[in-house]
Design a protein around this ligand. Structure first.
Ligand SMILES: C[S@@+](CC[C@H](N)C(=O)[O-])C[C@H]1O[C@@H](n2cnc3c(N)ncnc32)[C@H](O)[C@@H]1O
Length: 250
């Protein structure tokens, strides 16, 4: 999938501007202006996607070929549903035999072909509910979970990294051997311990930054492919951490 083109010099670009006297806080005014002029946002409306995030998964999948018809998928932090829409289409999930289960504590509109659980993934009951809704082990666990921002960068960072760590433990406990795992993380935020844990359980581990993830954002994704299966006797502390690193979108 091609990245929507950025305006080149000489081209006449119609930008939506929001007046400084709009009554919005300056940071909110700037965010809204950037959002309204974002080519991915404009394209998501035309393509019928719930979010511009849909293109992040599309671009990652176009490159890494993760989603195949017939696969079972778990989507952590699914609202408003862009990743679910992409997954449903690519694994050919149907309302009669759904193969995609999403979870979010925020209410979201139904995605035909997906089962949506409205609950906190950190709830002790969430793993069992997800397994029950999917009716078998997943081939792919993907997490775009992000903690709500508090304005305190370090706190936001730590909260999202905690979600990432819980998602890793969950993926390792439920995935089918050979399955894949994708999670949102932050540049500089992935602890060696977490990378080491993934490396022990997956054949390849790499960082990916799809073109749809804004350059100025510290957001990054971790992609772990080919789950080795649950192996009794391998303790997480036994092996030195090591990882491959790859940046997408260059
Ligand atoms: C960036 S959005 C996901 C966008 C989504 N991938 C899409 O394509 O539309 C992050 C989501 O993670 C959810 N989230 C954060 N913490 C969560 C938790 N503990 N349990 C469930 N969902 C959570 C938020 O409510 C939010 O909807």
């Amino acid at each position: 999938m091609k990245k929507p083109e950025k305006p080149t010099s000489g081209a006449r670009v119609l930008r939506t501007k929001i007046k400084k006297k709009s009554g919005l806080k300056e940071s909110s005014r700037r965010w809204l202006e950037r959002h309204m002029n974002d080519p991915y946002v404009q394209r998501s409306k035309a393509d019928g996607y719930r979010s511009r995030a849909a293109y992040k998964l599309t671009e990652i999948d176009d490159k890494h070929k993760l989603l195949k018809p017939g696969m079972k998928i778990i989507d952590l932090g699914a609202a408003p549903g862009g990743w679910c829409q992409v997954a449903v289409a690519r694994v050919k999930s149907t309302a009669e035999a759904p193969r995609v289960v999403g979870i979010d504590y925020l209410e979201m509109d139904a995605v035909p072909g997906a089962v949506i659980l409205t609950m906190d993934f950190l709830d002790d009951e969430a793993p069992a509910k997800l397994a029950e809704a999917l009716g078998g082990p997943p081939d792919f666990v993907m997490s775009d979970m992000a903690a709500p921002t508090t304005g305190h960068r370090r706190t936001d960072h730590l909260r999202t990294m905690h979600l990432c760590e819980v998602a890793v433990d969950f993926a390792i406990s439920v995935l089918k051997p050979g399955g894949h795992f994708l999670t949102k993380t932050f540049q500089g935020g992935t602890e060696n311990e977490l990378l080491g844990q993934l490396k022990r359980h997956f054949r390849t581990v790499q960082h990916v930054k799809p073109p749809a993830s804004r350059d100025e954002s510290v957001e990054l994704y971790l992609l772990a492919k080919h789950f080795k299966g649950r192996q009794p006797g391998i303790e997480d502390a036994d092996v030195e951490p090591e990882t491959d690193r790859e940046q997408d979108g260059e």
